[in-house]
Ligand binder design. Structure first.
Ligand code: ASP
Length: 404
């Protein structure tokens, strides 16, 4: 029987969801439960998936030298692409100047921001958990990753019978998690239908802001994201990774559509791992190390958006940003994107880090609130795309033969 590929099913679900959400707004609840259930199922598998995938990945990478090389490549790729993204954003925001003359009447108070205004050191400190069980329970992904890398590394230092036992245990655990992931993936079209109907129904009145006074800001971020994902990243994977960007994009359609709909890199992670292994042909050794790390610290879309948003707020308040301040914005945007969790709207909260660093008014965040859910969809897609580009590039430089 003719069977539609999963990404087509998801695309159709997306279109139906937008139409349904706009027309039958009051009846959104009839389908949103499917989205809630789907997101719960994804969240259910994230922590055990990250734990088993990193531990099994690190044990298969083996010695300290290999791990160090892979780690260095990963971090270098993540930081470089995020910086490219931020610079693209900075260039565009200076060129288009979306905030000049923006309507300050839109200002809203965001009381929870003061509490969230982050300290840069905290992001680094957070990596080392005081209590690993607390980190597991509270979804502290960076801390879980840090612990798993150490745990996996020291497994390789054990006597051979203990080492084999634990390696097998975590490999088997990871296999179970991937089987579970496959099972949940089958429900993606229905899940996305539910999630997107909810978003459209909720955000209906904010659609005006996208078309109205915030349109210039919205378009600036969007152009930046498009440039980064259609020019910068493809150039990197083509030149360094010798990967065909179009084939790679096709291999990643399911996780990209899921990222767009769920607005969460972490929730998308199981699908990203599956697509990169099954469609792109990357080994589990590489993907299980590079992707979980990427979903948490590599957010090119968020980095670009942080920079444009901070500059937009400065422009809207009529505050001139000196070159030094703009450089400060670049670095704090990088840190904010590393520190942002892979969950919806995390980037919005992290803007307070930048505003505090350069002395801009925190209430400025109120200006950009209305269009944030839409930008969140787009930046999360770019975040996931960049993780996947990094994984294929690193796999190629490690000598793997891929399908893309
Ligand atoms: N939602 C984004 C993500 O999960 C983070 C952000 O809000 O920018 O990747």
């Amino acid at each position: 029987m003719f069977k539609l590929k999963l990404h087509w099913q998801i695309l159709i679900a997306l279109i139906i969801a937008v139409i349904y959400g706009l027309i039958f707004t009051e009846y959104a609840y009839l389908v949103t439960w499917m989205g809630d259930l789907f997101l719960r199922a994804l969240k259910m598998i994230i922590v055990p998936l990250i734990l088993t995938s990193i531990i099994s990945g690190v044990t298969s990478i083996g010695d300290a030298q290999n791990l160090g090389r892979l780690g260095l490549k990963t971090i270098t790729y993540y930081i470089t692409t995020s910086l490219f993204a931020i610079i693209t954003g900075l260039f565009l925001v200076n060129l288009i100047q979306p905030g000049v003359g923006a309507d300050l009447g839109l200002k809203k108070d965001v009381p929870e921001l003061a509490a969230a205004s982050g300290d840069i050191w905290e992001i680094i400190f957070r990596m080392v958990p005081t209590n690993i069980f607390e980190a597991l329970v509270s979804f502290d992904i960076l801390a879980i990753i840090f612990f798993s890398i150490l745990f996996g590394f020291f497994i390789t230092k054990l006597e051979s019978n203990q080492k084999d036992f634990l390696t097998n245990l975590f490999n088997s655990g990871f296999e179970v998690m991937m089987k579970l992931t496959h099972f949940i993936i089958r429900f993606t079209p229905l899940g996305i239908l539910g999630v997107v109907v909810g978003v459209v129904a909720d955000q209906r009145e904010n659609l005006g802001a996208v078309l109205g006074s915030l349109s210039k800001y919205f378009v600036t971020v969007l152009i930046g994201l498009i440039i980064h994902s259609t020019i910068t990243l493809p150039l990197i994977i083509r030149t360094i990774g010798k990967v065909n960007p179009w084939k790679h994009f096709q291999a990643m359609t399911t996780p990209l559509l899921t990222a767009f709909s769920t607005r969460s890199s972490s929730a998308t992670l199981p699908l990203t791992i599956d697509a990169i292994e099954s469609n792109a042909g990357v080994s589990n050794k590489i993907s299980s190390f590079v992707l979980p790390l990427g979903a948490t610290i590599n957010m090119d879309g968020t980095a670009l958006y942080e920079c444009v948003a901070a500059m937009f707020i400065a422009q809207a308040y009529g505050i001139e940003m000196s070159v030094v301040q703009q450089v400060l914005i670049v670095f704090t945007a990088l840190l904010a994107s590393i520190g942002a969790a892979g969950i919806p709207m995390a980037g919005l909260v992290m803007i307070s880090v930048i505003l505090t660093a350069v002395g801009l008014p925190l209430e400025g965040v109120g200006l950009i609130l209305a269009v944030d859910p839409f930008l969140d969809m787009c930046r999360t897609t770019v975040n996931v795309f960049s993780d996947s580009c990094g994984t294929v590039t690193i796999a190629k430089t490690e000598g793997e033969i891929l399908k893309v």
